[in-house]
Design a protein around this ligand. Sequence first.
Ligand SMILES: Cc1ncc(COP(=O)(O)O)c(C=O)c1O
Length: 438
Amino acid sequence: MLTAITRKLKELTRMLGTRPYYGFVTGHGYLTEAQVTEVRRVLESPTQAAETVAEYERRFAAVVGEGRGLATAGGRMALFATLRALGVGAGHEVIVPAFTCSVVASAVLRTGATPVFTNVDPATFGTDPDAVAKAITPKTRAIIAQHSFGIPCRVGELRALADGCGAALIEDCALTVSSTRDGVAVGNTGDAAFFSTDHSKPMNTVVGGFFYTRDAGLYDAVAAQLNNAPTLPEAQQRRLFGQFLLERRLARPACYGLYQLIMLGKSVLRRLSDPGMTFLDDDYVVERTGAYAYPARLPAMLARIGLFELDRWPAEAARREALLQRYLTAAYGTPLAAHLPAAYADPALRIVAHRLAFTHPGADQLKTLMDARVHTAWTWFMDPVVGARAGLASLGYAAGACPVSERVGTQVLNWPCVVEQGAEGPLLEFFAQVARQA
Ligand SMILES: Cc1ncc(COP(=O)(O)O)c(C=O)c1O
């Protein structure tokens, strides 16, 4: 406990004293005051809430492909509603990559089905078809194809495996939007896909999720569940709006330390006075409080923020694709180049990067170097299933079950690709410095 507090204090001192400092959350600093007022107006008088959400759904789906979609308060809820619509429940198995967030496993568990964890593919950091092939049983009803860090996984092979055993293929696009494999954008190979738009994801609505499918029947079945679902409680929406304002001002490289200090203050206050949840924290614990509905629909105020995110997405996606190339150019000719995953050199892929990711046997030493400017505590995924407050066993993950995922977790390093416009220069210079020492 004492070491954890000392570590946190050291980390904060370093962040407060260093500018720019890079985290993995970037606020909406690009929005004008008038646009913020527009978001506030939707919060205060949600008279056109349904229209705002419907417009967001139509435009988000159009970014993914020719299918349709529905907005939820979290990606986990879109997955849950999809599984339920597919009739997945008790006695069934869902194959989940062990390189994910615990809320994915808990969405499966909430249906009554059992998550079966498989090793991650070190070449893409996504779902590994070879590992999935070994995990299929007569009880398999769904396979999750996870695309990590902006890199499409080997989704065509997963499609063939799902077809071969009569299971549904669901693409987890929480970390990847608009990337393509052989010209096909993520989200369009599975029976359905789900996205996350929480503040650490490619598009940011503070919290949020999205269900997408090209299958009209499946769309209707998911809509039947979600159309009657409530949205988040009003008090939580107000806290989310406060978080949006805070991050717009401070979740930026120029004041990242202050942002982290305030976030720490907020979490201490929560322990002392329990002002209620901002994020969807109930899903990380076993004893849930029922603070929000599950599944819940996306509040219109967050859909309004999402519409601004969609407006800038084409330019932003191109910028992140280019930023990845700048990282790679800086890495070539340094010892780090030998550690890059094969996916970055695969001509079949267009990668709209979310994070630059690679593994390195000296990851701990490199993290110590990176700490000078990058918030490495938010590296994904150091555990095979992260964030389970009651431990991995509570989600059915047995230690040692996925050794490749566990090894990758000890060696993985992330560099941000969601970076405020104009702040990329010092980050790339710092990256080049670290790469030379790798
Ligand atoms: C790979 C992956 N899938 C799904 C999710 C769930 O998204 P949400 O938090 O919006 O429910 C996460 C969240 O971090 C994730 O990392």
